[in-house]
Write a protein of this length. Structure first.
Lengths: 593, 475
């Protein structure tokens, strides 16, 4: 038994849901109790999907356990089939159903349905989300493409004369970190260099697409966590070689194109012309000089952490002072890469251990997941998010890939902007004795003095430019965040958790949720310390003690507004002493917003 | 934890519902209300949270308590997804994740649990109460957390109280997790030694009837010793209620859950019990077993609901309706004024409520009676007939009342109805918006202070906002 406060990966059936939801024409029947449907909101809220995930939960209850839960499974499979008419069905179980051993996949197979039934057995008490995604994808591909496999000893037929080389793109899922944009970017790049896309899966693929995966000449593996197992099987079964470089960053994209050239038989030289990114020039531009040797700590899934380490060193000129991943399946690669740069890799899924490691490494910047962003905020460090687990902010409205030429541009912008204030840093260094630039002063585009900074004033690593470490956790991924940027104190916290997240912050005593929901918008101006802390209304107004106490119960991010409204109301009404009734009279007068 | 399944409760409720004498509720005719409506009971996929989610507000209400879920990675993932845990350094809840090796033998699981608890208490000396919270896996492997809690409670050198309850999805739906949590606290509550007549002590729990038969007016009993308000209310709402009851001479007033878990309110035969939330059904029964007498009333949503709620309690102290109306004149006026602002947006609009927290019936009553909305379907995860009687009496018999859920069929009905506003969970909201409907997240109705006069306007605003927004947008 292990005490877990927060976890980087969900359970394996959530990984399988990411595959089913990414695809079209697949339905997943999950033998699971009520409550496991929470996973739907990951897709409808974090990713803002406009359809429910194609998942039916059997929803068994305690009273069913003595009876026939098997019958509930059969009924759920049958009715899901009749209602949704999928081309293929995944049938599996969540952690609780695993304990009652109904074998839902086997039960579904007895129903004689006219679609392929793919049973999934995912050991919930041993494995996690990425494993579940990988297994679900593998079993689907095996079940659907398998029947079209050539005889094991049959030679691979040569590509017909005149037909362009053809590949599958593997690994994009629902709830993936920038998968949507990465796939568009890499698809475009491959098409530009003369490679045809046979199937891109699982994202946006149908079961019929999976069935014809064998028609490609080779496979492009974008996310090994999801697609490595499948790609290896395809290699064995269809003699399709696969790419091994993940094209994140200019160098990696260049290597990736070389691999593609080799696998496709195309001329590698003209290909490189399509690697048109601004990163190399921007990084060589003189203003980037101050990026030299910036100490970065990198943690995420193995794929993104490894890619980030290379980009940080070779393309940004940073010094990598920490490297690690949370998924043990790929720990070996990360260990190797860390060793090469003289580090010991951090392989853990305990975020408290990551926090300790970051504190100890004393970096200037963290490249991590949403959790590292929070850790960085507590430690007063800059952070950019480079990896899942995802958050609503990781689905920006704009096109924002991590891979390919445009991905490299995005990396430059989102990694450098948090560190960058143009010449401001030089000014801070030059005039640090000016009272305006005291040691606690942060760049003007980050939020200013944070009340919770006082308790941890010593957390910033010493010896760096005085303006270098803002207490502001800064928006992730370089997104400009005016609200969080100028608000006071924890005002940024609620705004960091929109969508399902924010509801948790609005606990009963904490906030009217309407206010919480608006926090991202209002946090800045309304929580401005000046507005709240002054407590000095015009001389003719006096707050009685009980009214003052009542005011304190109002959430901090609307308290300033409540104070101003009440005083305005009192002035209008000719009231000199503000009591609790005045407060609520004013609230009624001005409305709830 | 021997929380009965919803099914069992449902049956019992149905029986007591049948036995309920006709109730006369003021302000409404005896006919044409929703009490006699047939209930559409469905079984199928439920798009609801399990009871673990109650921890999200319970740990904030009782800030000296820690909630340790004994469960799986799914439980931990649910909590962080539903609660947005990432913003907290170390929240006051966590999951002891059962691993393969724990499944091998029960002794191991108990030893493992002891180790986790020891580490936790060592690290968090501020904890006064530790709740061991059962989950689906812990229930299925029959890990007896009640026994574990008693053992740990005995062994705790630091005087930390250890309690156990189930928040599992196979037994509890969303807010029922608060109910089971409160049940676990009831045996720990001190005895209310206030005066009580023998009648009071031996009287059966207040029947499911309306407030008529719960009044002690016909038996010249000693005055009640205390008022116990049951169900989590925001602190600001509690304070408002406290002031009103103080003005009326009603009290002392205690709240369960308390703000400080170590200071549990007393309960006894002279305690009067007033339900503040519609989901505290089993806790109410447990308190009635300890002698408390339940006051039957609508829930304090909206001006009318709040007034009736206060009137019902005040009557126990011999304070009549006129006195309540006089004492609450200011807040009532403000509440009405605040509601007026949103009436235009809500009046005449149709609404469809998916089952979520059990607040659906009182909410529909408020929206219908005070905002002029037309409820089409009112779904509740679980219908406690007796506790809902005063609410159903205020709803028209034109609504479709449903209990439980088969989400696909309910979505069919919703699309068929094409309501102006849908109240539903987060898993359904965006898909319904994409299908052209306007939705309100049900979960906000649980996490937001909405009870009482001063919050009535907030409640109306919450429902009006999606309509205002959809009218505003031109993209």
């Amino acid at each position: 038994m292990e005490l877990t406060i927060w976890t980087y990966e969900g359970p394996p059936h959530v990984g399988a849901m990411r595959i089913a939801t990414a695809m079209k024409g697949v339905h997943y029947v999950l033998h699971a109790p009520q409550g496991d449907t929470y996973a739907d909101l990951l897709f409808t809220m974090i990713e803002r999907r406009d359809h429910r995930p194609p998942v039916t939960y059997t929803t068994f209850q305690a009273q069913d356990l003595g009876g026939d839960t098997a019958e509930i499974v059969k009924e759920a499979v049958r009715s899901a089939h009749d209602r949704f008419r999928p081309q293929a069905m995944l049938v599996g179980e969540s952690c609780t159903a695993e304990l009652i051993q109904d074998n839902p996949g086997g039960l579904a197979a007895t129903l004689g349905l006219d679609v392929p039934i793919v049973p999934l057995e995912l050991p919930s008490y041993q494995r996690k989300e990425n494993f579940g995604a990988s297994e679900a994808f593998y079993h689907l591909v095996r079940a659907l493409a398998g029947p079209h496999a050539p005889a094991p000893d049959a030679p691979k037929p040569a590509r017909p004369e005149g037909r362009r080389p053809r590949c599958n793109i593997l690994g994009g899922t629902a709830l993936g970190f920038r998968h949507r944009d990465d796939i568009r970017e890499i698809r475009g790049l491959l098409e530009q260099v003369g490679v045809e896309i046979n199937v891109s899966a699982p994202l946006d693929a149908t079961p019929a697409d999976l069935a014809r995966m064998g028609e490609a000449d080779f496979n492009v593996v974008l996310y090994p966590e999801i697609a490595d197992t499948t790609a290896r099987w395809l290699e064995r079964t269809f003699h399709q070689p696969r790419t091994t470089t993940v094209p994140i960053g200019v160098g990696a994209t260049r290597d990736f194109l070389r691999e593609v050239a080799e696998l496709s038989g195309l001329d590698p030289e003209p290909m490189q012309a399509h690697l048109d990114s601004r990163l190399p020039w921007y990084s060589r531009s003189v203003d980037s000089n101050y990026l030299t040797g910036k100490r970065v700590f990198i943690f995420g899934d193995a794929t993104h952490a490894l890619a980030a380490a290379r980009v940080a060193r070779e393309e940004m000129g940073f010094e990598v002072v920490g490297l690690g991943c949370y998924n043990r399946e790929f720990a070996r690669d990360v260990r190797k890469a860390a060793k090469e740069i003289g580090l010991k890799a951090l392989i853990t899924d305990d975020y408290l251990e990551v926090e300790d490691a970051i504190r100890e490494a004393a970096p200037e910047m963290v490249l991590g997941t949403q959790m590292e962003r929070h850790i960085a905020k507590r430690l007063g460090l800059f952070c950019t998010v480079i990896s899942a687990p995802v958050h609503v902010e990781d689905f920006p409205a704009r096109y924002s890939p991590q891979m390919g030429p445009e991905g490299a541009n995005v990396l430059f912008d989102t990694w450098v902007h948090p560190l960058m204030m143009g010449l401001e840093e030089h000014l801070l260094g030059m005039f640090q004795d000016d009272f305006e630039f005291g040691n606690d002063t942060t760049p003007s585009h980050l939020r200013a003095q944070s009340p919770d900074r006082t308790g941890q004033a010593a957390t910033g690593p010493g010896g760096h430019g005085p303006g270098g470490h803002g207490p502001g956790g800064n928006g992730q991924a370089g997104t400009s965040r005016p609200g969080a940027g100028q608000g006071a104190g924890q005002a940024a916290a609620p705004s960091l958790e929109p969508a399902p997240g924010h509801v948790g912050t609005a606990a009963p005593e904490a906030a009217p949720a309407p206010a919480a929901a608006q926090a991202p918008v209002h946090a800045g101006p309304e929580a401005a310390p000046a507005g709240e802390a002054s407590g000095e209304p015009s001389p003719s107004l006096r707050w009685l003690d009980d009214a003052e106490r009542e005011l304190k119960k109002i959430p901090f991010f609307v308290r300033g507004k409540a104070r101003r409204n009440t005083e305005r109301f009192a002035t209008e009404q000719g009231i000199h002493e503000i009591d609790v009734d005045t407060l609520y009279d004013a609230k009624a007068h001005f409305g709830s917003r | 934890m021997s929380a009965p399944t919803s099914g069992a409760v449902s049956d019992r409720a149905a029986v007591s519902g049948c036995a309920a004498p006709p109730v006369q509720v003021s302000g409404n005719g005896a006919t044409g209300d929703a009490r006699s409506l047939p209930v559409l009971k469905e079984r199928g996929q439920r798009e609801v949270f399990c009871g673990l989610t109650g921890i999200i507000w319970l740990h904030r209400k009782m800030q000296d308590a820690f909630f340790l879920i004994v469960g799986s990675r799914t439980c931990a993932h649910l909590m962080q997804s539903a609660a947005g845990v990432m913003i907290f350094a170390e929240p006051r809840f966590g999951t002891a994740i059962i691993e393969e090796k724990d499944l091998a033998g029960m002794a191991d699981a108990n030893d493992e649990l002891d180790k986790v608890v020891a580490r936790l208490l060592d690290r968090r000396p501020d904890i006064r109460t530790l709740f061991l919270v059962g989950s689906c896996p812990s229930e299925v492997i029959k890990l007896d957390l009640g026994v574990a809690a008693r053992r740990l409670d005995r062994e705790s050198a630091t005087g930390v109280r250890v309690l156990a309850y189930s928040g599992s999805g196979i037994e509890t739906t969303f807010t029922e997790g608060e109910d089971t949590c409160l049940v676990s606290m009831v045996p720990e509550m001190p005895v209310d030694r206030g005066q009580a007549t023998d009648d009071d002590a031996s009287a059966p729990a207040t029947g499911p009837g309306g407030r008529g038969d719960s009044s002690s007016a016909d038996e010249p009993a000693a005055p009640p010793s205390s008022l116990l308000v049951l169900g989590t209310l925001a602190d600001v709402v509690e304070d408002q209620m406290r002031r009103i009851f103080a003005d009326l001479g009603v009290g002392p007033v205690h709240f369960l859950p308390p703000r400080n878990s170590a200071e549990l309110p007393p309960v006894g035969p002279a305690t009067r019990l007033l339900l503040a939330q519609p989901w505290v059904n089993e806790a109410a029964h447990a308190l009635e077993k300890r002698g408390a007498r339940r006051i039957s009333a609508p829930f304090p949503l909206g001006v009318e609901g709040t007034t009736e709620w206060i009137v019902a309690a005040a009557r126990e102290w011999g304070v009549d309706r006129d006195a309540v109306l006089a004492a609450t004149e200011g807040p009532r006026r403000r509440g009405t004024q605040a509601l007026e602002r949103y009436r235009e947006q809500l009046e005449g609009r149709t609404i469809f409520l998916f089952p979520d927290s059990q607040i659906e019936i009182p909410l529909a009553r408020f929206l219908h009676r005070e905002m002029g909305m037309i409820p089409l379907e009112v779904g509740t995860p679980f219908l406690h007939r007796a506790h809902m009687e005063p609410e159903l009496a205020l709803l028209p018999d034109t609504i479709r009342l449903s209990e439980g859920q088969d989400v696909d069929r309910q979505l069919d009905r919703c699309m068929e109805d094409q309501p102006d506003l849908v109240v539903c969970g987060l898993g359904l909201a965006n898909p319904l918006e994409a299908a052209g409907l306007t939705t309100k997240w049900a979960i906000e109705l649980v996490f937001t202070p909405l009870q009482g006069y001063e919050q009535a306007g907030d409640l109306a605003e919450l429902l009006a906002r999606p309509l205002v927004r959809s009218a505003l947008l031109e993209v």
